[in-house]
Each structure stands twice: as structure tokens, then as C-alpha cells.
Design a protein around this ligand. Structure first.
Ligand code: SF4
Length: 452
């Protein structure tokens, strides 16, 4: 794979799912771009969803994300009112403003098709087709939502771009061993190496601004999660708990009261995601609350000292996240929840260890420990919604991250398992996992009877 910036491991998106909401929306944006001037010829559009996108697509709002994306609206520009207007135009008035340029007829029953089978190249496949007034194909494109809101066309997955080392690429690492070797060689921290890597693609000012915006959006999602009462969308009719938790008295004499505090941070953000609100994909939407919950904990612990280190924190998390993306998966549909909550917890553990004063080896050890204790975690969302077990699972991912960072820092002996090995193990475990436990809602908790 050609080298590129890792910043987009964190990106502002909408809930509830990076692979089922953000990715399909982006695929539809890309389809609009590919149509270009041909948009004027289009009279009908068809969306076909396969595999996991179909099996849990309704609960994850994949259908609605596609409709919004075909209107040419990008995730980061979506407000609650724009979302409501666009969905109402499609579902009540039966119209789509294709690419934001041409209004065409739309029938949900006719134009959105859910298939039980899978497309060959990935668990999350979809096809978008545009037709002219005679039913002739104007454009037809297969996309795969490969996790974390990233999308690849069928051609790109079949023929990945060849490794082309850009002439200006001086720093690169594709696994933890190479990252640690760079730290040793240049006598630099992981945050510094990550910054130097990113500076090959963007200016330092841009990177700092990007990270600050990500942190702002994370804090916004926490505030919105705490201040919005009511019921989450979907048939479970799950009550939002964060506003009530916020009112709880955390006993300062209870040494474990930080657990309640971290749980509040995570539940507030994960509920905001479950409601389809604006959150930061980190590295996925299902796991969007793990990293910010750890950051909010560190902010409460260290105050302004932490505020000065936010960019470094995110750069460490990005570097670790890139290892999962390059060598394994961050998609629940591909490798189970260990790839989502596990990767997020590993990233957060590494960055927390950095803030707590850990060296590069302790940071990688923290990342390894956090993942090691998520291995085998299945993805079995009840009713296909990103609510049960996802919301509470974010709290556990954050608490495990803090624990992993502390264990790594206090350790005096050499760990026996390295970060690269655990990443490889997670991926293999995911590949071996039965498809019922990979975001299909066909097994585990998802197969239980539940009451609305
Ligand atoms: S169970 Fe985990 S991977 Fe599956 S939807 Fe929930 S958070 Fe995502």
C-alpha cells in the first residue's frame, strides 16, 4: 500500500456506525462525484446492500446514510435539521436531490434492496446504480465499506495501488518493531515520530489544528450526550442514561469512583452515537467513546497539563491505530468487536501510557495488554443496533485502557508477547470467527429474545 497520512483514523462523522453509516454515506458521495456532469441524464437510482450491510443495515441506518450521501451531503456537514429534511424528502415526498443538483423520483421499497448473500471481496459490500429515462445504465459501481468509515471500490480492492515510495517519504513504519526502531535510532518519542511521519503529508499547523478540532468534537459529543434525555432510536426503546448518571454523586472517598466517572464519559458519547449524532470515529463509530473517555479522565486528572498534550496524545493513538489498519482490521464485520473496541482500547492505552510518562516500549506494551484482553470479543449487536452491548462496551474498553497503561508502566520485567504478535493474533482470531459473530446479528446476544 502507498504511504499516506494516518490522521483520518480520527474523523468527524455521524452515528451510529462507521462501516454501516459513515462508509456507505461516503460511498454515495463518491458515486455522486463519479457521475459528474452525467448527473443530468439520471432519472432513477438503485442501492443494493449485501452481507453485513444488509443484515444489520436497517438497525445501523445504512439505508438512510445512503440516501443522505446520494444527496451529495458529507458526514461532517450534516446537522440534525439537514438530516431530517433530507430523509423526509426521500421517505415522504419520494424525491432525492441527486448530488445536490438534480431532483429525481425515489421509492424506498423499489430502490433500496437488501440481499442476504455477501459480495466476494469483503463482508460489507454495496452496489449503486444510476439509470437514464430509458432504463439504460449511466453508472454502476460496487463499493466496500472496509471499516472505520473507509471505502474502497471493487477495482481498488482487486488491484491495490502498488507500493510506490514517494521520494519525500523519509520516515515510515508498518509495525511496532519498526516504530520502536525509529524511536531508538532518532532518540525520539512515539508522538514525535508520529508527527514527523504526518508532516510528510501535511504542515505541522494543519496537523495541530486537525487534532484540536477532533478534541473539540469529542468534547461536544460528550456535552450533547449528557444534556440530551429520551429514548434512543430503534425497536429496543433504550433510555439514554448519561443525563441521570451526570447527576450522581461520585464519592471522592471511594477509590473506585473514577470507574463511575469514566463510565459516564463513555456512555454519554456512545449514546450520542447510538442516536445518530455527531461524534468522532475513533477508529470506528461503534467504539467512538473509548478514546475520548480516556482523554476526559486524563483531563480531570491532570488539568491544563493534559490540555497542552492533547495533540501528542492523539498522535500516539493515531500511530498505534495505523498498525491495526495496516496489519489487521478495525472492522467488526471483518474481525468482530475485538477489532473495534479492542483497537480503540489499545490506542487509548498507548496514548494514556505516553501521558503517564511511559517510554516507547511501555507505550507499545500498554497497547498490547489492552488488545490481549479483548481477544475473541464478538460483535453481536442486539436488534442490529449500535446500543447493546456497544454502549457499555465502550466504558469497559476505556477502563481496560487505563488499567493496561498502568500495568505497562509499573512492570519491571520484559513482556513475553509483543504488540505485533497480538495484532496478528487478533486478525487471525477474527478470520477464524464464525460469521454469526461479525456484525450480522445472527448469533450471540443478538439471537436472544428481547422486550421493547
Ligand atoms: S458489538 Fe462492537 S463491533 Fe459490534 S457494533 Fe457493537 S461496538 Fe461495533
Amino acid at each position: 500500500m502507498a504511504e499516506s497520512s494516518n490522521l483520518s483514523i480520527f474523523k468527524i462523522g455521524v452515528g451510529p456506525s462507521s462501516s454501516h453509516t459513515v462508509g456507505p454515506m461516503l460511498a454515495c458521495n463518491l458515486f455522486c462525484n463519479a457521475l459528474g456532469e452525467n448527473v443530468s441524464k439520471v432519472e432513477r437510482i438503485k442501492i443494493e446492500l449485501y452481507g453485513s450491510l444488509s443484515l444489520t443495515g436497517k438497525g445501523h441506518l445504512t439505508d438512510m446514510a445512503c440516501i443522505i450521501g446520494l444527496n451529495g451531503i458529507r458526514a461532517k456537514d450534516l446537522s440534525a435539521s439537514l438530516k431530517d429534511e433530507t430523509i423526509s424528502l426521500a421517505m415522504q415526498n419520494h424525491k432525492i436531490n441527486l448530488a445536490g443538483r438534480k431532483e429525481i423520483d425515489f421509492s424506498y421499497e423499489r430502490d433500496v434492496i437488501f440481499y442476504q448473500d455477501f459480495l466476494p471481496l469483503h463482508e460489507n459490500g454495496m452496489k449503486v446504480s444510476a439509470y437514464d429515462c430509458n432504463g439504460g445504465v449511466v453508472l454502476e459501481q460496487v463499493y466496500y465499506s472496509v471499516g472505520g468509515g473507509f471505502v474502497a471500490t471493487e477495482e481498488a480492492l482487486k488491484n491495490p495501488p502498488k507500493q510506490e515510495q514517494h521520494k519525500d517519504i523519509k520516515i515510515s513504519f508498518s509495525n511496532a518493531k519498526e516504530l520502536l526502531a525509529l524511536c531508538e535510532k532518532h532518540k525520539k518519542t512515539i508522538a514525535q515520530i508520529s508527527m514527523e511521519y504526518e508532516e510528510q503529508f501535511n504542515s505541522k499547523e494543519y496537523i495541530q489544528k486537525y487534532c484540536s478540532e477532533i478534541w473539540e468534537a469529542m468534547q461536544d459529543s460528550y456535552r450533547n450526550g449528557c444534556s440530551t434525555e429520551g429514548i434512543l432510536p430503534g425497536p429496543l426503546k433504550l433510555k439514554r442514561r448519561a443525563p441521570e448518571l451526570l447527576k450522581s454523586d461520585f464519592d471522592p472517598k471511594d477509590p473506585l469512583s473514577f470507574v463511575d466517572q469514566v463510565s459516564l464519559y463513555a456512555i454519554a458519547i456512545a449514546e450520542e452515537n447510538g442516536a445518530g449524532g455527531r461524534v468522532v470515529t475513533a477508529p470506528t463509530n461503534g467504539a467512538c467513546a473509548v478514546v475520548p473517555a480516556v482523554m476526559l479522565y486524563l483531563q480531570a486528572l491532570y488539568g491544563s497539563e493534559f490540555d497542552c498534550k492533547v495533540v501528542d496524545f492523539l498522535l500516539v493513538a493515531i500511530a498505534i491505530g495505523s498498525l491495526y489498519k495496516k496489519n489487521a482490521s478495525i472492522s467488526g464485520a471483518e474481525a468482530g468487536c475485538q477489532a473495534e473496541i479492542g483497537s480503540a482500547s489499545s490506542m487509548a492505552a498507548a496514548a494514556a501510557a505516553y501521558i503517564m510518562g511511559g517510554d516507547a516500549y511501555q507505550i507499545c506494551s500498554a497497547a498490547e495488554i489492552a488488545m490481549e484482553h479483548h481477544l475473541g470479543l464478538t460483535c453481536d449487536p442486539v436488534a442490529g443496533l449500535v446500543q447493546i452491548p456497544c454502549i457499555e462496551r465502550n466504558a469497559f474498553g476505556a477502563i481496560k485502557a487505563i488499567s493496561a497503561a498502568r500495568i505497562a508502566i509499573s512492570r519491571k520485567s520484559q513482556p513475553k508477547v509483543g504488540l505485533d504478535e497480538v495484532i496478528k493474533t487478533m486478525y487471525q482470531t477474527g478470520k477464524d470467527m464464525d460469521h454469526r459473530y461479525k456484525e450480522t446479528s445472527l448469533g450471540g446476544l443478538a439471537s436472544l429474545e428481547w422486550e421493547a
